[in-house]
Design a protein around this ligand. Sequence first.
Ligand SMILES: Cc1cc2nc3c(=O)[nH]c(=O)nc-3n(C[C@H](O)[C@H](O)[C@H](O)COP(=O)(O)OP(=O)(O)OC[C@H]3O[C@@H](n4cnc5c(N)ncnc54)[C@H](O)[C@@H]3O)c2cc1C
Length: 268
Amino acid sequence: MYGEVVSTETLTPHLIRVVLGGPGLDGLVAPAGADSYVNAFFVPPGAPYEVPFDDDAVRDLPREQRPYPRRYTVRSWDADQQRLTLDFVVHGDVGRAGRWATHARPGDRLQFRGPAGDWTPSPDADSYLFVGDESAFPAIGGALERVPSGRPVVAVLETGSAAGELALSSPGDLSLVWVHRDGAADLDTLLVDAVRGLDPLPGVVDAFVHGEAASTRAVRRHLLETGAVAREHLSCSPYWRRGLDDEQWRAVKGAWTREVEVEGDVPA
Ligand SMILES: Cc1cc2nc3c(=O)[nH]c(=O)nc-3n(C[C@H](O)[C@H](O)[C@H](O)COP(=O)(O)OP(=O)(O)OC[C@H]3O[C@@H](n4cnc5c(N)ncnc54)[C@H](O)[C@@H]3O)c2cc1C
């Protein structure tokens, strides 16, 4: 499956929206959840093939010519217009995917598999807590739109500075808490410190904590240790790791996840 860039939009200094369309999206299965993502493939410059390519044919190429996989959340899918919207974090002139989004022009193609992932805010929860950095804004933006009308929902969102703040809305009773990396002493604790400062949310809290690995780990541990959120109501995922590219991160992610899974148990 592949899409052709229809338009791009700079949402903030950190986020670029890319809208894909075209016949390569025929048959796309509608994303099931707020966090549904595609596994997109970024073709290195000079590679001897173009999108659409045959997965099997590129598998045996030298590493530097094979496509680089990266996961991107489906911000929205308009089945009538056949438009797929992805929001990319751009982090300087680094990153296969970030760079692709920075330079994307109408007609450029992006091949992908998916979507997969089906988390959505539970309609039975009493309140909601969504926490993340820009990589999770697409999922959090979609989750906010799915919160039942009038229910309390708090989103704690990390970005570089005030210029990185997005206009987000929800039918729920929404409080947005922005935290800024600029001037912060410790990036790993920025989000958890903001979460610690929140007033308790009422009743059963459904929580979604996705984004940078160390930051989400700290928030997860805090929420479980304090009992603010029950394990079965917590969706937590380390999307990326500061200082590592995606290949390096995937090489250690399994071990990281196993360590994290045993954290946060409340002592008996
Ligand atoms: C299920 C899932 C859904 C995701 N959805 C999205 C999404 O919708 N939008 C999105 O932008 N990302 C999303 N991500 C995260 C994204 O896949 C990674 O951040 C990926 O590493 C970016 O690839 P890259 O090629 O741009 O950078 P890489 O080549 O992987 O990394 C290059 C450098 O940039 C750093 N870096 C990577 N990501 C970030 C970041 N977010 N902020 C600052 N520095 C960074 C790395 O640590 C490294 O130093 C998602 C991840 C998962 C697992």
